[in-house]
Ligand binder design. Structure first.
Ligand SMILES: [Zn+2]
Length: 283
């Protein structure tokens, strides 16, 4: 069964955050996290391993900000191909022999359309470079996530569709349900197979997905609530148990691909795996 067939038949569990896990493993804040795929592959491998052990059936490459615009903040703008290709190979290597899908993660560029125009940046070209390298590295699912601007997501989606016909997961974020649903309609019209939401808390994810047709393939990767500073460490509000309870509500709402964003770690994914196993009966 391939990825889309599986989603038609059952709920599939994704992974949680990469960034928060790497920081928790001692990587200093401000370091280029995507570059660690090349310089510290075992750290990244360890995060992938822990998510698979927790029950994730889909892992995302450590490439959220691995585009030329964001990498330029670390002087790594000429290493887009190297970093994305290496990240894909690394995740594929971890998943080898296991029943686990590897999705190539692509985030927004972090600049507005106006800023891109003023700086002479061709956003389509920037996404093409990153997604091309993820595909070369062996990813056969492209995972576009945390897009606030539907226009930017559509540019990334077009770049992907011009390169390869493999499935794409397209996740938007934001607060306004009407805006969100209008954006989802555009993304569906551009033939994204799986659409949904990430980087909002679980209750808000439920709220945003309310107006959508559950007959289509939906995904939700909520965050673990807002972080609070505690003894100079960031602590996320949502416990694994509360997160799992919310995941069940999302599954009942028809969401087929479930994972987590900021602050969601292997313990949250493991709690979700147990809750889903106990409640959602396989066909
Ligand atoms: Zn997030």
């Amino acid at each position: 069964m391939d990825f889309l067939d599986e989603l038609q038949h059952r709920v599939l569990l994704g992974d949680g955050a990469m960034g928060t896990e790497l920081l928790a493993a001692g990587v200093p804040a401000g370091r280029c996290l995507e570059e660690l795929c090349v310089s510290e592959p075992d750290l990244v491998r360890g995060v992938h391993d822990r998510y698979i052990e927790a029950g994730a059936r889909l892992i995302e490459t450590n490439t959220f900000g691995a585009n030329a615009v964001r990498l330029a903040q670390h002087g790594c703008e000429h290493r887009v191909s190297e970093i994305n290709w290496t990240a894909a190979q690394l995740a594929k290597d971890v998943a080898k022999g296991k029943d686990v899908y590897v999705a190539g993660c692509v985030g927004p560029l972090g600049i507005t359309a106006e800023e891109a125009a003023a700086r002479g940046i061709d956003r389509h070209e920037v996404f093409t470079e990153q997604i091309g390298a993820l595909l070369d590295g062996g990813c056969r699912i492209i995972f576009l996530e945390t897009f606030l601007d539907a226009g930017e997501l559509l540019i990334a989606l077009e770049a992907k569709q011009a390169l390869h016909h493999c499935p794409v997961v397209a996740l938007l974020t934001g607060n306004d349900p009407e805006k969100f649903q209008a954006a989802v309609a555009k993304v569906r019209a551009a033939e994204a197979e799986v659409v949904g939401v990430n980087c909002v808390d679980g209750n808000h994810a439920l709220h945003l997905l309310e107006g959508l047709d559950a007959g289509e393939l939906l995904a939700a990767f909520p965050s673990a609530g807002l972080p609070q500073s505690h003894d100079s460490q960031l602590v996320y509000a949502t416990s694994p148990q509360a997160f799992a309870t919310n995941a069940l509500a999302l599954a009942e709402r028809g969401v087929r691909l479930l994972g987590g964003c900021c602050g969601v770690g292997p313990k949250h994914i493991a709690a979700m795996a147990v809750a889903l196993r106990e409640t959602v009966t396989p066909d």
